[in-house]
Ligand binder design. Structure first.
Ligand code: C2E
Ligand code: MG
Ligand code: MG
Length: 589
């Protein structure tokens, strides 16, 4: 030992500067050093070139739970865990061989008895000897404190659940691992929001609100525990359950359903029994190529759908519905230029006499051939067109195109008069001079007014006084027929309609669907339709049934007294040429 701790060197490699007062004092004896070594609170050992302990102090013995004398001649690398990875091991060898100044690392020591301790291990060569000094500092307390601070930072104090930060950390880690692992993994998320939580806060106070959140958190934790899923409070009354290794949609749906049923049991909070429900957005997809923000956006959208669909339910992410949401924006902004570019086209669906099978007319149904999204049905854009006002130029184009086509059929088949029925949106009645437009188009195309029918919905004409009523009256006076579309979905006020210049009721498809099949006839529906038809006839209206899909429906509608039928049983909406062909070959169905 002597000579190894003679204190001559100070810091390895640095010659003591002559002017420093400390160094000009007398040299510390090796005895004094030995005493300091023994008394130090820092665990230390002197090791030889081979890494065997020459001597260890009491502090190191205490740290390792052993008598320091028993450490003598044992390989220090073993009790300090320096053999655990090859980089540390080779750095350690270099220090022992004097090829390197210092090794510093953090290790978890595992003494034979007692708890493991986290330690900072430092190894430096001892100058002028072939030994090295190894010191081991217990940093468990520091680490514990750091861990406790991190826990506080990453958890929500109200529910004790992981908070938003931890949730995103775990989500990012899960996505990163699965991506690295080759991309076959899947990830799932239930994103939930309590329905009506604000009311609890407002009426019972924030204390009760917090207790309710705590109770909800416990039930969520119970649901997630069997699968070991992460439950986090993302803020307010929003929670998330993360399924890091999803087995598929079904697993997520089961989880969402179990959450729903767990929350359906009433809660006891502040002496009150509270009924709580949640809306849940469920997203499940391959982890590869999925980004955390994208996943959360999908979850957010899906949660919004669950709320919009009536709350207290889970809803599964639907890419088509999402695309719908995304394209709404695009469609809305490109509608007007599309009218100018004539990206629209009309299809025609026959209106057939139920008694004789004669095609009496056709309904013009608009389609949009969108350069990016392909052919779009009207339910994708008519509403948008109404919102933006683009329905006015679009409606004018539809009217002109349908009338031009009808005039051509009239000229080609003068003996088979065919009425063209054109849908008119509310806004066209209010925001444009519909009467002038119709008059102008009839004059321009030469179509007799009697071959034009305009379809308006009940809501468009109900309560109409003033201008709309005058317009309807003027159109009717001109000889144009007015039909009420989708009758039965609105007010269904026949008495009111009798005072308007309406000539036809188009019974909404839902009535016809209500007829059911031969095996399960629904006499109530038939009775209602029959009464409606009789009443309409009494008021001088003709009745068209929409959505006739089977021969049986056609037969029964005919028996009840409906005048005409429209639907897939006769024909889907088709291009004008197909109607022309039908007229050429005879109109009997
Ligand atoms: P609508 O006026 O009630 O038109 C009938 C709708 O029912 C059409 O859908 C038609 O394809 C569909 N249909 C026909 N037969 C059957 C059947 O047997 N079964 C079923 N399930 N459906 C059938 P489409 O073409 O998608 O039109 C939807 C709605 O869009 C129309 O309902 C109408 O309100 C509106 N629309 C269409 N074209 C125009 C237009 O040029 N202007 C305005 N303002 N609205 C239009
Ligand atoms: Mg219609
Ligand atoms: Mg309709």
């Amino acid at each position: 030992m002597s000579g190894t701790l003679d204190g001559k060197g100070g810091t390895p490699g640095s010659e003591p500067p002559v002017v420093t007062p400390v160094v000009t004092q007398r040299h510390v004896t090796s005895q004094e050093f030995r005493a300091a070594f023994r008394a130090a609170e820092l665990g230390m050992a002197v090791v030889d070139r081979d890494g065997l302990v020459r001597t260890a102090n009491d502090a190191l013995g205490a740290l390792l739970g052993t008598d320091p004398a028993r450490l003598q001649d044992s390989p220090a690398a073993e009790f300090t865990g320096l053999t655990e990875d090859s980089r540390t091991w080779s750095a350690y060898r270099d220090v022992l061989l004097g090829r390197r100044d210092r090794l510093h690392c953090t290790r978890r020591l595992r003494p034979a008895a007692g708890q493991g301790v986290w330690a900072e291990v430092t190894v430096t060569p001892l100058p002028e000897t072939r030994d090295a000094l190894l010191s081991v500092a217990d940093i468990s307390d520091r680490r514990d404190l750091r861990a406790r601070l991190r826990h506080l930072r990453m958890h929500d104090p109200v529910t004790r659940l992981p908070n938003r930060s931890l949730f995103f950390e775990r989500l990012a880690a899960a996505l990163a691992t699965t991506t690295v692992a080759g991309g076959s993994g899947r990830i799932g998320l239930c994103y939930l929001d309590l329905d009506g939580f604000k009311a609890v806060n407002d009426t019972l106070g924030h204390g009760a609100g917090d207790r309710l959140l705590g109770a909800v958190a416990r039930r969520l934790t119970e649901c997630a525990a069997p699968g070991g899923h992460l439950v986090a409070r993302l803020g307010g009354d929003e929670f998330a359950l993360l399924v890091e290794e999803s087995r598929g949609t079904e697993q997520l749906v089961d989880l969402a359903a179990s959450v729903q049923s767990a929350l359906s049991r009433p809660f006891e909070v502040s002496g009150q029994r509270l009924a709580v429900s949640a809306s849940i957005g469920v997203v499940e997809r391959p982890a590869a190529g999925t980004h955390a923000t994208e996943l959360m956006q999908a979850a957010d959208t899906t949660l919004y759908w669950a709320k919009a669909d009536g709350k207290a339910r889970w809803t599964l992410f639907d890419p088509e519905r999402n695309a719908h949401r995304v394209t709404r924006q695009t469609l809305s902004s490109t509608l007007r230029p599309a009218v100018e570019r004539e990206e629209f086209d009309l299809q025609y669906q026959p209106l057939v006499g139920l008694g004789d099978g004669v095609v009496r007319g056709v309904e013009a149904l608009v389609r949009w051939h969108h350069p990016q999204f392909g052919t779009l049905a009207p339910n994708r854009f008519i509403g948008l067109a109404e919102e933006t006002g683009a329905i006015v130029p679009l409606g004018r184009w539809v009217l002109a195109t349908a009338c031009r086509q009808a005039r051509r059929w009239q000229l080609d088949h003068p003996c088979e008069p065919l009425v063209v029925s054109v849908n008119v949106a509310v806004r066209q009645v209010w925001d444009s001079d519909l009467v002038a437009d119709v008059a102008g188009i009839l004059a321009e195309t030469g179509l007799p007014p009697s071959l034009l029918q305009l379809e308006l919905t009940e809501s468009a004409v109900m309560g109409s006084g003033g201008r709309p009523l005058q317009q309807l009256q003027a159109l009717s006076d001109m000889g144009v027929a007015i039909a009420i579309d989708d009758f039965g979905t609105g007010y269904s006020n026949l008495a009111y309609l009798s005072r308007l210049p309406v000539s036809t009721l188009k019974l909404d498809g839902s009535f016809v669907h209500g007829f059911r099949t031969q095996e399960h006839p629904n006499p109530a529906d038939e009775t209602i339709v029959e009464a409606l038809v009789q009443l309409a006839h009494r008021l001088g209206l003709t009745v068209t049934a929409e959505c006739v899909e089977s021969a049986e429906q056609a037969e029964r509608l005919g028996r009840i007294g409906c005048d005409t039928g429209q639907g897939w049983f006769y024909s889907r909406p088709v291009p004008a040429e197909r109607i022309s062909a039908l007229l050429s070959t005879g109109v009997r169905s």
